[in-house]
Ligand binder design. Sequence first.
Ligand code: GLC
Ligand code: GLC
Length: 811
Amino acid sequence: MKYGHFDDIRREYVITDPRTPLPWINYLGSEEFFTLFSNTAGGYAFYKDARLRRLTRYRYNNAPLDQEGFRLYVRDGNSVWNPGWQPVQAELDSYSCRHGLGYSVISGSKDSVSVTQELLVPQGDNCLLMRVTVENAGKSEKRISLFPFIEFCLWDAVDDGANFQRNYSIGEVEVEGAAIYHKSEYRERRNHYAVFWSNRIPDGFDTSRDAFLGAYGSPARPEAVFGKGCTGSIAHGWQPVAAQQFDLKLEPCKTEKLIFGLGYIENPQEEKWLRPGIINKERASAMIARYSDDTSFENALSVLKTYWNGLLSSYQLESGDEKLNRMVNIWNQYQCMVTFNMSRSASYYESGTGRGMGFRDSCQDLLGFVHIIPDRARERILDIAATQFPDGSAYHQYQPLTKKGNLAVGSGFNDDPLWLIAGTDAYLRETGDWSILNEPTDFDNDPSLAEPLLEHLRRSFNYIKTHLGPHGLPLIGRADWNDCLNLNCFSESPGESFQTTGPSEGPVAESVFIAGMFVKYGRAWVDICRHLDLIEEAEAAEKEIAKVEQAVLSAGWDGKWFRRAFDAYGNVVGGQDCEEGQIFIEPQGMCVMAGIGQETGEAEIALQSVGNRLETKYGIMLLQPAYTRYRLELGEITSYPPGYKENAGIFCHNNPWIVCAETMLGHGNRAFDLYRKTAPAYIEDISEIHRTEPYVYSQMIAGADAPSFGEAKNSWLTGTAAWTFVSISQYILGIQPTLNGLQINPCIPRDLHSFRIVRRYRGATYRITVDNPEHVEQGVREITLGGKPIQGSVLPVLDSGAVADIHVLMG
Ligand code: GLC
Ligand code: GLC
């Protein structure tokens, strides 16, 4: 069942039933001011940091769902409704929500009145804008009152939800004209306030929640809206809000437009006050003046559209398959940009108050956006690298505001160092900007320890090389990519961290997955060394890689698939003799991607086992059989009920690894089949089962062991976005950046007859047409550039600004 449809021309998803299984959201803002916005106008806004500078409240876990947001009440005689349906939930005559790239539009109508709310965060400014259009489509004059309503957060979202003894006394506001200023804590150490404004003087306002909703009132039935109107309340403590009332008289066929804004303003210390107790509103007034009319809103919208069109234009596909086109051209790349902006901080599943930026997560996200915004990728790599320890290990997380490593979690996740090589390698292949390797980069955020970035990569490689266990495989530490495989932790007390209890290293527990990574990204390191003429170093590294590869093929091979690990007792994890958890997805994906067992046959056998043992109609499960009881020696993975999360859920992030692996063996049909199983646009029809947004990937889908098999959770902020984009753009469609140019090696479903890609690469535009007249899955017979055949399959790097036509003949 569907709750809407794609509008590819406008690059929107159009929701036509407000009762989506879960709130379906969009992200507004891509610089410093952000808003999460749901299909019923729920959500919240923050400046830079979703915990420390939260502008509006949001109650996760609320019932009914998704109550707080950017509410607009319409009162038409005795009837009260919201164009977004929530929170009054009055039946509407029509409803739609269009989520576009950086903007959203909700329209609702009832009794011949239609109201549209259009929201966006303008480029270059710290505010959310909302344009409201009211139309009387009836035959008689209408008297309509509009009430916008938001609830302020007292800045620190954690404190706001916990420290009530203080917070109920500190709320302060000012009201001036059509603007309501939220200035809690401005009297002391804060130099910032929030302002909610409209471009016309309201007929009433409230700033105290009790006054607007009623002491025991609810957003579904605000007393002011259902009763005698706004009261002009000024909040002192308790819950400051911004509510306004506009009484409109609308002739038939008449339309009124109003502009609203929610802004974040910072003042220099010496300019805080106009006079004692009265805040300096100069910057706010300037912001309000910037968006005072319809034209300014239109301009902001068109700037935004140009911005997004520019970003997405670096990879555009025409394949004849509209679902594939829309994933590649619009939604997958859009999601990659959102994960760049948000990392794992704020979604409807990440409260914005928890973890900072993950070292491995951020490095992997890079793989999906480096072609879109290479300059910002460069900065991100250097930020991440600066949190690395001098021995090559890394802080597992760092805080975006300070860019400092997070001590509470520390290091010991032994896959982390290799992801730095992965991210940097992707940057080099995309940009050819070798200068990044010379950038002096701190270790442990200490400038006195700074070394060129190249030295960071070297230490990453060496850290793994010097931390091998009894089978010659890398030690796992606290966990590897699978945060929940905690082989040295042995946690017995509820509430303890699974990852950071127990020693960070054991002498014995080893990871076959990290071994696969070491082979794959170790080879990337070797290529970098060779490019820099560090021949001896490259050769020495190759020897180390060969040893680990051998260890994988002996100790790491279980007969039909790659094992997962050895635990702290030296027992196999992920082998056929295990009681549960006999086969895991991660080593099959990573080892085959690394090319291990490709010539000797193990790769082929491993992927067949994935198909036989892990695949379901909704995607590939992480492991089988699921763990049915808690196992001290394996940790958090066995804490989840069977079928959820890392315990045999369909963890979408590593499904594309299998897709890439299948293409390594030339299986184009199979790769595309797997790609489609989790790609949102292909499963839109089962939205009632899948439940999360049909335009973005979710972190996980419940596996076959779960009662809710097929149900997704944790949408938006997941490494799945980056990895699926890599799998489809580089491995299936086969346009892969290398250190020396774009390599062309498609591995496609046989029935794909031809496709075209426009790829911007190092400043030049490659217009690539691929023809597959013989319907093969892989194999390039001829490539011509500007009509002339080229040698090999790597397109040369062209001058910046050049436009070239490339023709590829498969066969
Ligand atoms: C989450 C984490 C990621 C980890 C994965 C598997 O997605 O953000 O770092 O690799 O779970 O545990
Ligand atoms: C926690 C979660 C796990 C998630 C990880 C990410 O351990 O339980 O599922 O992947 O955090 O860091």
